[in-house]
Design a protein around this ligand. Structure first.
Ligand code: COA
Length: 275
């Protein structure tokens, strides 16, 4: 098991804040940080989800702080960051993970639908960076954005997510440029299809997922913790000279472009998937 060779003290005493840390990939990230000695704060919109995630992260050895905050609400995030500082200390690593997504052709998408995804993914990421900036500056900390293949490859039904994630990657590079002289590093991870997540349920349900899996060079979906290990690497001294970079962790899925996914979506929406 990979957990056997994780250095348990790699990030001892470090404080990691994960937005959207109550479930899915972000919870996997939070647990991976706990396994290498970090303490963890998570925020999200649903108190019950945060409480059950807290128990899971604690089982991996971390002290955990939870805060109910929507990343679109800068004031709520500021309260969450202050609570984290008081209970765990200044934040060393911010993971901008909160995201919203669904499949919708652009021609059927309302302006508010487009805006909601951009607000959560992009504006929410900026809010988190801006709100934790003073703490990150004090710690010469680092930021990890969660990007996606949609950032660099167009996908059917994903105009909103593509625009948001391309913005996220650009913000990542701008902050690397502007905040590097404070010792703050800024990078992103673009996860591929990760098993059991809300994103997979929404984007690649049933037969679409099976078709997609068959096209992945490594032949399987990823696990949330596998994104977590990439995040641990980027946050650790092993990546001390890495900033302004996007790390694609997708089993090679995006190497072939999005055509197969797009065909599967089109077949599924035209009803020809029942064959
Ligand atoms: N297709 C098209 N439009 C959709 C949609 C769908 N499947 N789901 C929501 N929308 C539209 C709504 O119709 C609304 O637009 P309108 O006011 O013009 O009708 C707009 O998006 C906002 O929807 P609402 O449900 O009010 O927003 P919210 O802020 O509560 O939720 C979402 C944000 C829409 C992103 C929601 O899907 C969400 O909360 N997602 C979080 C979890 C998630 O997506 N996880 C996967 C991440 S990869």
């Amino acid at each position: 098991m990979i957990t056997n060779w994780l250095p348990p003290d790699l990030l001892a005493e470090k404080v990691v804040f994960v937005t959207g840390g109550g479930s899915g990939i972000n919870l996997g990230i939070a647990k991976s940080f706990a396994r290498v000695g970090a303490n963890v704060a998570i925020c999200g919109r649903t108190p019950e989800r945060l409480e059950s995630a807290k128990l899971e992260i604690e089982e991996n050895g971390a002290q955990v702080v939870t805060a109910v905050a929507d990343v679109r609400d800068f004031d709520a995030l500021s309260v969450a960051f202050e609570k984290t500082r008081k209970e765990l200390g200044d934040i060393d690593c911010l993971v901008c993970g909160a995201a919203g997504n669904f499949l919708s052709p652009a021609e059927a998408l309302s302006p508010n639908g487009f805006k909601s995804v951009v607000d959560i993914d992009l504006v929410g990421s900026f809010n988190a960076c801006r709100g934790s900036f003073e703490q990150l500056k004090k710690q010469a900390g680092n930021i990890i954005f969660i990007s996606a293949g949609q950032s660099f490859t167009p996908y059917i039904g994903q105009a909103h997510a593509g625009a948001a994630k391309a913005g996220v990657d650009n913000l990542m590079k701008n902050l690397a440029l502007e905040w590097g002289h404070y010792g703050i590093r800024s990078n992103s991870i673009a996860p591929g299809p990760i098993e059991g997540t809300e994103g997979m349920k929404r984007l690649a349900p049933g037969a679409v997922g099976e078709r997609l899996k068959a096209t992945i060079p490594l032949g399987r979906f990823g696990q949330p913790e596998e994104i977590g290990y990439a995040a641990v690497f980027l946050a650790s001294p092993l990546a001390a000279y890495i900033t302004g970079t996007r790390l694609v962790v997708d089993g090679g899925q995006n190497l072939g472009g999005s055509a197969i996914f797009s065909q599967a979506i089109l077949r599924s929406s035209s009803g020809s998937d029942s064959r």
